[in-house]
Design a protein around this ligand. Structure first.
Ligand SMILES: [Zn+2]
Length: 383
């Protein structure tokens, strides 16, 4: 989503970001609690107190979602999967994993860790609330029991809802782990688990619509209309997310079956490191119209120069600077063999932050593969 998000801190070494949509949820939850739930369950308090408690509950809810995501992240880190960031947004949280789990077992454990944290937190809060209620029946601490009970319920719901076996929910990831272990095909397992996800999206939508119709026609309690609307909203979100995952896995499957040799540019133009930037611009960038060139000497790839690297040098210095001075040096990971799949090449590009890779065979450069060439290939083959 293109809306802004802010970094608010770090946990387990992972940057924590809050998406703008989360503030809508914060205000909505605070308002719902302060004007409805709290006055009903804890009557006789002042309005500022209800709003204060509502705000605290909303913040603790935020913390609960964060702990759920940290549960996933902790297990993922143990499997050497880097977590780029955790984002909290309108529907909860998301830990952005740097790569897919290495095995069905890893996928299963990572997926289960989040709901497990939520269910344990839920049980702890409910137990604490009951203990406070039983031990200190005086009105002064009843607020803690109400907040604890509320937080316990929300965490239990968070854990149970996420266990629904429709991808991309956690339960859907557990299902994918099972299918993956069964048919040994990651992309097929994703596609099947996502199909179940679209099914759950439709089911939630239908239940939501039934609740709304029932509430409007007077058969069900009027307060259920809001729950119905919320269920339709979540169902639509799950449906869309599952559909996107299905398309993505179809794309990945086709990219996994295409080799680098089929997509690469065969005519590779390279620059010499001691050439001036002016010559590189005149004889290569302008003449060929490419966005970047590998820099080579004696059959060795030393680095890469792109239009951006040239732009960073003032025009007046182009005659005096050499390509060697402005190129970005590359590691051996910049060179790949032609029989790799395009999927492997893309993963390598993402890891290194490159938008092109040199294809080498028997010590010689045989081609160049770029992000734009892959995008064009996908377009031409209507993937
Ligand atoms: Zn989760």
């Amino acid at each position: 989503m293109p809306l802004p998000n802010w970094k608010i801190g770090r946990a387990l070494g992972i940057p924590i970001h809050v998406h703008a949509s989360w503030f809508v949820v914060f205000l909505f939850v605070t308002w719902t609690l302060a004007t409805g739930y709290l006055p009903e369950t804890l009557p006789g308090q002042s309005a500022p107190r209800y709003w204060g408690m509502g705000g605290i509950a909303a913040l603790l809810l935020f913390l609960s979602v964060l702990l759920h995501e940290l549960g996933h992240s902790y297990v993922a880190l143990r499997y050497q999967i880097p977590i780029r960031q955790i984002t909290l947004f309108i529907f909860g949280g998301m830990a952005h994993m740097g790569k897919e789990p290495p095995s069905p077992r890893a996928e299963f454990l990572i997926a289960m860790a989040g709901p497990l944290v939520s269910l344990l937190l839920g049980a702890g809060c409910l137990g604490g609330a009951m203990a406070v209620d039983a031990l200190f029946a005086q009105s002064g601490v009843q607020g803690f029991a109400v907040l604890g009970g509320l937080l316990g319920m929300v965490n239990v719901q968070l854990g149970l809802f996420n266990l629904l076996p429709g991808f991309p929910l956690d339960g859907g990831r557990v299902l994918r782990a099972g299918l993956w272990a069964w048919n040994k095909d990651f992309n097929r397992a994703t596609s099947q688990a996502a199909l179940v996800g679209t099914g759950f999206g439709v089911v939630l939508g239908v239940i939501g619509a039934t609740l709304m119709l029932g509430a409007w026609s007077g058969v069900l309690a009027p307060s259920l209309a809001r729950n119905g609307g919320w269920l339709i909203f979540i169902g639509a979100f799950l449906f869309a997310a599952a559909l996107a995952s299905r398309r993505q896995s179809a794309m990945r499957a086709s990219l996994a079956s295409v080799t680098v040799r089929q997509v690469m540019v065969h005519r590779v133009v390279t620059l010499l490191p001691d050439m001036s930037v002016q010559d590189a611009v005149d004889q290569y960038f302008v003449a060929h119209g490419f966005g970047g060139f590998p820099v080579c000497e004696d059959g060795q790839v030393l680095g890469v120069v792109t239009v951006q690297d040239v732009q960073a040098v003032p025009t007046a210095l182009w005659l005096w600077r050499r390509v060697r001075e402005i190129m970005r040096p590359v590691s051996p990971a910049f060179c790949i063999p032609p029989d790799w799949s395009v999927m492997q090449a893309m993963e390598r590009m993402v890891q290194g932050g490159w938008d092109r890779l040199v294809v080498m065979e028997n010590g010689a450069i045989v081609g160049l593969i770029t992000r734009s060439a892959i995008a064009q290939f996908l377009q031409l083959h209507k993937v």
